[in-house]
Write a new protein. Structure first.
Ligand SMILES: [Zn+2]
Length: 273
């Protein structure tokens, strides 16, 4: 599942191909991909809109249009691709936006294709993105995310660290990979209870979260399953069950926390009760 660095990498890659283009037509090939509004209104509202900005918030990919925003959540298997010219839709293409350069309406045709094998991905077209994004916690690479904020926020909850880090209303953008990686760097056990975390540990966790996300973005995200290729983020604990920890050599263990597989080093990340 793509997390903040993967979505940021996709936005950076697609930006030069999308900025300043006009959406000539939307082809919705799987109705349930569209969360809001109705398919009829979607096609009507999006037609002729210009792409003004290509951005991201948490794990949402965002196209700011003339007077609407198009939000896309890739979920499990969604991918966004640019295809030039006249195209024949592929089996798992759920939404295709036909694009033209604004300055030459008869100019080169291109397409933004949302391909999603498992169909969990969702698309919203809204005049107010806060309708969708309003409940999200702070953006971890923003100024709002500070060691002091994190410590106070952890103190305000009594939850297992791993589950809390995955909660998008607490902190937005982390998923299973970067949560495991952050806890390993910070030497915190995934089952540690949030209000037991000291100011010093919160500072280490803050630093670790920023470090793994920046590293992920710099390496164009992580490559996993068949969709996300090309990322070169190097896993420390994620998906390394039984392999030696790069810090202490102890075998990485895998446990289930809140129904999510969780990887940690029992040598580095001890649980103090
Ligand atoms: Zn270790």
């Amino acid at each position: 599942m793509p997390e903040l660095p993967e979505v940021e990498s996709i936005a950076r890659r697609l930006r030069p191909h999308l900025l300043g283009k006009t959406i000539e037509e939307a082809q919705l090939r799987w109705t349930r991909t569209l969360a809001y509004p109705t398919p009829g209104k979607f096609k009507e509202f999006i037609k002729g809109k210009q792409i003004r900005e290509v951005t991201r918030r948490a794990k949402y990919f965002i196209l700011r249009l003339t007077d609407f925003s198009l939000l896309i959540h890739l979920r499990m298997s969604g991918d966004l691709l640019i295809k030039e010219g006249k195209i024949k839709p592929e089996k798992h293409d759920r939404l295709i936006l036909r694009l033209r350069p604004v300055e030459s309406p008869a100019g080169a045709l291109s397409n933004l294709v949302f391909n999603d094998t498992r169909k969990f991905g969702r698309v919203w077209l809204t005049a107010d993105p806060e309708d969708v994004l309003g409940k999200l916690g702070p953006e971890p690479l923003s100024r709002k995310f500070t060691p002091e904020w994190l410590h106070a926020a952890l103190q305000g909850k009594r939850r297992q660290l791993k589950s809390l880090l995955l909660d998008q209303t607490f902190l937005a953008g982390l998923g299973n990979i970067y949560a495991d990686e952050s806890l390993h760097i910070a030497k915190l056990h995934p089952l540690a209870v949030s209000d037991s975390v000291t100011a010093e540990q919160a500072e280490a966790l803050h630093k670790a979260v920023c470090q793994v996300l920046k590293e992920g973005i710099r390496r164009n995200g992580a490559s996993f399953d068949w969709v996300y290729r090309g990322g070169e983020y190097h896993f420390r604990v994620y998906d390394r069950t039984g392999k030696p920890c790069s810090v202490c050599g102890t075998s990485i263990e895998r446990i289930i926390v809140g129904q999510r597989s969780t990887h940690f080093c029992p040598g580095c990340q001890t649980l103090i009760r």
